[in-house]
Design a binder for this molecule. Sequence first.
Ligand code: 6GU
Length: 226
Amino acid sequence: MRIDIVTALPDIVEEPLRHSIVGRAQSKGALAVHVHDVRDYATDKHRQIDDYPFGGGAGMVLKPEPLVRCVEAITAAAGAPDAVIYLTPDGERLQQPRVNHLSTHEHLILLCGHYKGIDQRVRDTVVTLEVSIGDYVLSGGELPALVLVDAVARLQPGVLGDASSALTDSFQDGLLDAPAYTRPASFRGHDVPAVLRSGDHARIDAWRDAQRLEKTRARRPDLLDD
Ligand code: 6GU
């Protein structure tokens, strides 16, 4: 899978991509993430990427030409993407089924906005999907882009150590995860539930299923309605 991130703040996204699961996915050749500085595609000598909004108001708007030129350069180099995704708080709220579907694509372009967003004509003519990562406001699309990359990277074949672990995650089957414990068996007077040390895997599975159901009922009853 190839993912291109188009941003005015490449430093924010570059370092996190080198670590953890996303870093490992890239080392393994399962994923290649390319970061593009939209300023490199500015058309004027001041390399201006944003401007005042027509009609007035606070904040700056990312100009259309650098963004579209950058997408065109990516397409010329790597072919047409399966989706051009704009990260924006007014997009579709990201949930696991959408992540699962995106993870099957070969090529995504992610557009990060900031300030007051990007010119509407980019959204109308180039963007094919708009995604939000939740109902709160962030200062730009860079952290949401990293969230999306992480969520799809861990689903690439061969990336997770345990092939089954992606499938037992919270949300993947509509339930939250069971509690996890490691050594020591007793920590400051709190003991690991005895069933987990019993070696009886049928009982352990049944205990975990019951815990998942109970936790989901207590914390996220909305998940049980679906
Ligand atoms: Cl995708 N962008 C911004 N700026 N804020 C957000 C968001 C995205 N998702 C939730 N809040």
